[in-house]
Design a protein around this ligand. Structure first.
Ligand SMILES: Nc1nc2c(c(=O)[nH]1)N[C@H]1C(S)=C(S)[C@@H](COP(=O)(O)OP(=O)(O)OC[C@H]3O[C@@H](n4cnc5c(N)ncnc54)[C@H](O)[C@@H]3O)O[C@H]1N2
Ligand code: MOO
Length: 404
């Protein structure tokens, strides 16, 4: 049986970059950019007024002048109007382009206005210390032609804002992964069916689908009963039509656990079966030559959950963003734990930020890998290494987090 580390390596070895597609920026949140975006103009594109007040020439201030006749008023969005008299000023608003002939803005808070012979006069109370005050100068932040977003970045809100400001109506991004989510088992019924006393609803498929959508993939749900003929007919179209299959159930040692044999029969090469871990040990992983990757996860809901976040999600991330490299957050165990079997133990934990900014992981009681409801009080799993039996409070371990 292979270790969790080896299983992760083998899963990530099947990562391939995705083809790209062009989509509207409004649909691109969370997607990964495939072509770089450059500044189409300077940032800012003109000398931008940064405070509401008056624009004047600093030279007039250094010559000792404190009263400025207001020549005109210029709002944001209006073309700049040149200052006619270098000893006068233009009343100006934040976001306007600085008028030619001026170089400095004095904010309203530092001015007292009065009227004189029908003219509006600004009396500057606090003279500006230097030319250029309260002006956000053209190209101060970025220059036209500068690289803003390299290929490979994920488009979060900040990236979307920058793309919008350069007028990227559409962007070229990695195509979304298409994943078939397959539940298997005769005991499982659809959500809108009333289960008989010996039946349960197919919760795993909905959990996996929700996690896939959260990770930016497309997911479609299928179900097969424990019937070899049904699987033989049903699986090939999914292997042909999707980038990956995430199955749950039917991979252990039971008489109806047909998946490992059936997948091999259908030409999916087994990369491994069973990982030295609890929960989730019977995980089966394979790939069709040049085709779909198959994650056949153990059916116990917490096992499905653990394996999804330990293996499927990092695989998705790497396919979407190959340059990013795997991330490995850690958390500090808040109470001692003993776990004797020589298996990597995925300990359910609730996270708390300590006053010093550390992430503390509080072990949570759970009734084993079938205790689906225990996940409600957890934020993730602490991955306790197989080589140890006792784990002290204060020690840091890798964190597999499913709740932000
Ligand atoms: N003799 C052995 N028996 C078992 C072993 C073993 O090593 N030797 N391993 C156990 C472990 S660990 C696990 S985990 C399970 C995994 O078994 P399968 O992947 O074959 O899963 P099933 O038997 O089909 O189902 C297990 C359990 O999970 C429920 N289930 C399945 N699918 C769903 C779903 N979509 N939604 C909700 N719940 C689901 C199913 O009803 C079962 O209760 O095997 C142990 N046995
Ligand atoms: O290890 Mo299984 O995944 O607990 O029930």
């Amino acid at each position: 049986m292979i270790s969790v580390e080896e299983a992760s390596r083998r899963v990530l070895a099947t990562v391939r970059p995705l083809p790209s597609e062009t989509i509207r920026l409004t649909a691109a949140t969370g997607r990964v950019l495939q072509t770089p975006l450059y500044a189409d103009r300077d940032f800012p594109p003109f000398h931008r007024v940064a405070m509401d007040g008056i624009a004047l020439s600093f030279a007039a201030v250094t010559s000792g002048r404190t009263d400025f006749v207001i020549e005109a008023t210029q709002l944001a969005g209006a073309p700049p109007r040149p200052l006619q008299n270098p000893r006068a000023a233009i009343e100006i608003m934040t976001g306007a382009a600085l008028p030619p002939g001026t170089d400095t803005v004095v904010r309203y808070e530092d001015i007292v206005f009065h009227e004189e012979a029908g003219r509006r006069i600004a009396g500057v109370q606090v003279p500006p210390a230097a030319a250029g005050h309260n002006v956000h100068h053209q190209a101060a932040d970025r220059q036209q032609g500068d690289l803003l977003l390299p290929a490979g970045v994920r488009l979060g809100p900040a990236e979307i804002a920058v793309a919008a400001t350069v007028g990227a109506v559409t962007v070229q991004v990695a195509r979304a992964l298409r994943v078939a989510v397959v539940s298997t088992g005769d005991e499982l019924v659809e959500l809108d069916q009333l289960p008989l006393p010996h039946q349960i609803r197919r919760s795993n498929a909905y959990m996996v689908r929700a996690s896939l959508l959260e990770a930016g993939a497309e997911a479609e749900i299928f179900h097969f009963n424990d019937d070899q003929q049904v699987l033989r007919r049903g699986l090939p179209p999914l292997l042909a039509g999707f980038d990956a299959l995430v199955l749950s159930g039917g991979v252990s040692k039971g008489q109806a656990d047909f998946l490992p044999g059936m997948l091999r029969e259908l030409g999916v090469e087994q990369i491994f079966h069973e990982v030295q871990q609890r929960p989730g040990k019977p995980f089966w992983f394979g790939q069709q030559a040049g085709g779909a990757v198959v994650f056949a996860l153990p059916g116990n809901p917490v096992s499905t959950f653990v394996n999804f976040y330990q293996y499927v999600r990092p695989w998705l991330r790497q396919c979407q963003q190959p340059a990013a490299g795997p991330s490995q957050p850690m958390a500090i165990l808040a109470a001692p734990v003993v776990f004797k079997p020589s298996l990597t133990h995925f300990l359910p934990v609730r996270l708390e930020a300590s006053p010093y900014g550390h992430l503390l992981a509080h072990p949570q009681r759970a009734g084993g890998s079938g205790d689906l409801a225990s996940l409600l009080h957890c934020d993730g799993f602490l991955r306790l290494p197989a080589e140890r039996e006792t784990f002290g409070a204060g020690d840091a371990f890798p964190l597999v987090r499913f709740r932000e």
